[in-house]
Design a protein around this ligand. Structure first.
Ligand code: NAP
Length: 505
């Protein structure tokens, strides 16, 4: 399979090798460069190599960090806020104009269905168009001094300012949206911005950088660091990076936290969410939404449903409705009319198959799916887990990034809260039901960052903030919330003692 790029906008950022494969340059604080060292990018559709991407040298990295730190962070800050906002709108406009290439790259490189790819491009555009809502929180405080004997006749303002250079590390599952989201809340408040995209699908991010340049962002303030994750230690620990915004697995989050040193962090880490079905839920609706929560983007979503806890009295009915929904799902080449495309790589399919074996060895029973249909293709799978064994299963304790979930029955909502909280993750929970007292109990007891009532968890563009507790992360992504981590507070204290401004008694 060959990747095709249709818009002329991108023509100076790649060359075509003799075998027809596109070789991309990378953007390093002001210029597009190509290097002798590159890595191959494959399509999960058929595992063919679809492009080659330059890898920066050590000298490139030092030059880039130096430029971002010495010039880029001031270049960005020196653009007035209203102009930065207008540039973000321009990025949205250019994304829209060139959306065919972005949709295509998400299908070919990330294996998204046409519908999922279009939804990601729309989400990126929407996020940019909503950037001004972030501004509601770019505010400061005025603090009078006369409440303390020590500070009388002084006063302070506490302002927010850009923290400097932000390093975004993005995952494979939303390469375009995640980069755009992190970019929005970083540059809106005046920071320089470097991104390290996932090695599996960097193409949408490379294309985005051309758009950023064209939209008029200061070129010394931007960098695209296509460095393998295993070689990121030097960058992550560099003291010129003031904040890291990582979306990725909990394992990667742990490594980054250990090596980064003292910085500001947003860590959106592993998840996989429980769904709780209460006895008075609308079972048909719940089954439709839970099914989507399991299979959408092949279960490769941090907010995908992985555990389903159903109150005893409705267990059989709900189970049957969910089986019926999952049986309708079509799996195949995402360029065709299907609901589910491939997994990102063969290792993830291997991991799903091992998790199925583990569940079966512990008494689990496959209710739907369970088969591997190709190197990267799997059936959406539902496994019934005995209540007394579920806690020992891999699928309960570890996020398996694939369309698979466990279902079990529980006595009541109290048991649902207890069982949900036993998982090491704490991203979201969805609750289906009407009994406000049970729902209110669950809201109080669940240790998660977000609760979705009568729908499956969907972070969307972050209109409502989301983020994890426990090993699911630190901080919040969401419009108006994330700037907390890309700005620093500065208190300015004015001393007017004895100058006759106040006439205190
Ligand atoms: P991943 O393997 O952890 O990789 C994420 C990013 O981190 C990639 O760019 C990766 O680069 C990089 N990386 C890996 N090791 C690193 C290291 N030691 N230092 C610095 N960077 C490193 O995750 P993924 O498979 O791409 O994405 C899926 C994960 O993201 C899931 O766990 C999912 O739950 C999580 N996620 C969470 C949220 C949320 O909101 N909480 C949202 C989306 C996804 P390479 O690709 O080069 O290895």
């Amino acid at each position: 399979m060959l990747l095709k790029i249709s818009s002329d906008v991108f023509k100076d950022i790649y060359e075509i090798d003799s075998d027809g494969i596109i070789k991309f340059k990378i953007f390093l604080a002001g210029e597009w460069v190509k290097r002798d060292s590159w890595f191959d990018v494959k399509s999960p559709i058929d595992l063919s190599v679809i492009s080659r991407v330059s890898v920066p040298t050590k000298t490139d990295i030092d030059y880039t960090l130096k430029t971002l730190y010495e010039h880029g962070r001031w270049d960005m800050r020196n653009i007035p806020g209203y102009k930065r906002l207008n540039i973000l709108y321009k990025v949205a406009e250019l994304l829209e104009e060139n959306s065919d290439d972005f949709v295509n790259s998400l299908i070919i490189n990330a294996g998204k269905t046409v519908q999922n790819a279009k939804a990601e491009v729309s989400a990126a555009i929407d996020r940019l168009k909503n950037a001004e809502l972030d501004l509601r929180n770019v505010t400061g405080d005025y603090i009078p001094g006369d409440w303390s004997y020590e500070t009388i006749e002084t006063e302070a303002i506490v302002r927010r300012e850009p923290v400097g250079v932000i390093l975004a590390i993005t995952p494979f599952n939303y390469p375009l949206f995640d980069t755009v989201n992190k970019l929005s809340y970083s540059i809106l408040v005046g920071n320089a911005f470097a991104v390290k995209p996932a090695s599996a699908d960097p193409i949408p991010v490379i294309l985005l950088f051309k758009i950023l340049e064209k939209a008029g962002l200061p070129s010394r303030s931007l960098a695209l660091l296509t460095v393998p994750g295993s070689e990121m230690e030097r960058i992550v620990s560099d003291s010129r990076i003031a904040a890291i915004s990582l979306t990725g697995s909990s394992e990667t989050g742990n490594k980054v936290l250990k090596t980064a040193g003292i910085k500001q962090f947003i860590m959106e880490l592993g998840g996989g969410d429980p769904a709780i079905i209460l006895a008075d839920a609308d079972l048909k609706w719940a089954a439709q939404r839970v099914a989507r929560g399991i299979y959408s983007y092949t279960g490769q979503r941090c907010d995908a449903i992985k555990i389903i806890l159903v109150e005893n009295t409705v267990y059989d009915d709900f189970k049957q409705s969910l089986i019926d929904e999952l049986k309708k799902v079509k799996v195949g080449d995402p360029r065709n009319d299907v609901d589910v495309g491939p997994l990102i790589d063969t290792a993830t399919a291997d991991e799903m198959m091992s998790a199925i074996d583990d569940a079966i060895s512990k008494g689990g029973k496959i209710l739907v799916g369970g088969r591997r249909l190709g190197p990267t293709y799997v059936e959406p799978t539902l496994i019934e887990a005995p209540r007394d064994k579920i806690e020992s299963m891999i699928l309960f304790n570890k996020e398996i990034f694939a369309p698979i979930a466990l279902i079990t029955n529980i006595k009541n909502h109290e048991e649902a809260a207890e069982l949900s909280n036993k998982r090491p993750y704490g991203l979201d929970v969805s609750i289906f039901g009407k009994d406000i007292l049970k729902i209110r109990y669950l809201i109080r007891h669940l240790e998660v960052g977000a609760i979705y009532i009568n729908d499956y968890p969907r972070h969307g563009i972050g209109y409502y903030p989301f983020g994890g507790r426990k090993i699911s992360g630190i901080g919040r992504e969401g419009i108006g919330y994330s700037i907390e981590y890309t700005t620093a507070y500065k208190s300015i204290i004015y001393n007017y003692k004895g100058k006759g401004i106040w006439e205190y008694l």
